[in-house]
Design a binder for this molecule. Structure first.
Ligand SMILES: Cc1cc2nc3c(=O)[nH]c(=O)nc-3n(C[C@H](O)[C@H](O)[C@H](O)COP(=O)(O)OP(=O)(O)OC[C@H]3O[C@@H](n4cnc5c(N)ncnc54)[C@H](O)[C@@H]3O)c2cc1C
Length: 246
């Protein structure tokens, strides 16, 4: 199948979905290709900073994002023996000095993505296609030919576009095909993040962030640690640094 479209966005993470919203605001037609079946169900990043909140405010979605946030002042870590054990100390939350009408929030990435997607889908300009994988592009004199395939069926589509936007993450295939090098080390740290469910706030009596030490049997010589910050009163991710560049 062959289709004409001004812009192809590859990747439906926070960057691709934001790009979709921006193009809609300017009335530019696009197709967004995301190979996963849905937005992420993993919490990933957990903070939306002031500048991003200012942009969300322009788009009228800052209030929607705040529904998923922890209470203001939750941006601190406490250093504890264990989740319910002795607390040695804690950091101070960053003070809101009123330099912006928006303030950062502690919110997990899965909720950011689902709100961005809902907003993107409200407009009829552009299509968001999940389960569609970008394969390659060829740059011609007047257009770019982008090939994709539907993951479930293997059916291929060719898009004739003016622009391709590489929003396909750190290991971007679009970037590599365009011959754009990544500067610096390809791996800064190897981390594991486990999302846990349960009434942790009831157990600990608070929604504090917890930093405690843990050990990795395969990395005795490298730094290790375990950081946990609640996503809400019932969801906790545990982030472990298994290996760092020193
Ligand atoms: C476990 C974990 C914890 C993190 N914690 C933090 C944190 O605490 N703070 C923080 O600031 N950041 C954190 N990050 C980083 C943050 O998640 C990323 O910076 C952010 O997701 C980057 O957004 P993006 O849209 O550029 O890329 P991504 O979110 O990676 O999105 C790229 C999208 O492109 C899609 N894609 C890739 N290749 C193709 C293809 N060929 N065809 C179609 N689609 C494709 C992928 O499926 C993906 O959905 C964390 C990341 C992980 C994995």
């Amino acid at each position: 199948m062959q289709r004409k479209i001004p812009v192809v966005i590859v990747g439906g993470g926070p960057v691709g979905l934001s790009m979709a919203i921006l193009l809609q605001r300017f009335g530019v037609e696009f197709v967004l290709l995301e190979r996963s079946a849905t937005t992420t169900d993993h919490p990933k990043a957990r903070g939306t900073y002031t500048r991003t909140m200012e942009i969300f405010r322009q788009w009228g979605i800052d209030g929607l994002m705040k529904r998923h946030a922890l209470p203001d002042g939750s941006d601190f870590f406490s250093f504890c023996e264990s989740m319910t054990g002795h607390e040695w100390g804690r950091t101070n939350p960053e003070p809101n000095i009123g330099h912006s009408p928006c303030w950062k929030i502690i919110q997990s990435q899965d909720t950011v993505e689902s709100e961005l997607l809902d907003h993107a889908r409200k407009s009829s300009v552009g299509k968001v296609l999940f389960g569609h994988e970008f394969l390659h592009f060829d740059e011609g004199a007047n257009s770019i030919t982008v090939t994709s395939r539907q993951v479930a069926t293997g059916e291929g589509t060719t898009w004739q576009a003016q622009y391709v936007i590489a929003a396909d993450g750190a290991t971007s295939a679009v970037r590599r095909q365009a011959g754009i090098e990544m500067r610096g080390p390809s791996t800064l740290a190897v981390m594991a993040l486990t999302a846990c469910g349960g009434e942790v706030a009831t157990t600990t009596g608070s929604t504090r962030s917890i930093t405690s030490r843990c050990r990795f049997s395969r990395s005795s010589s490298s730094r290790s640690g375990c950081i946990s910050r609640p996503l809400c009163s019932t969801r906790w991710p545990m982030k472990s640094t298994a290996r760092c560049r020193s």
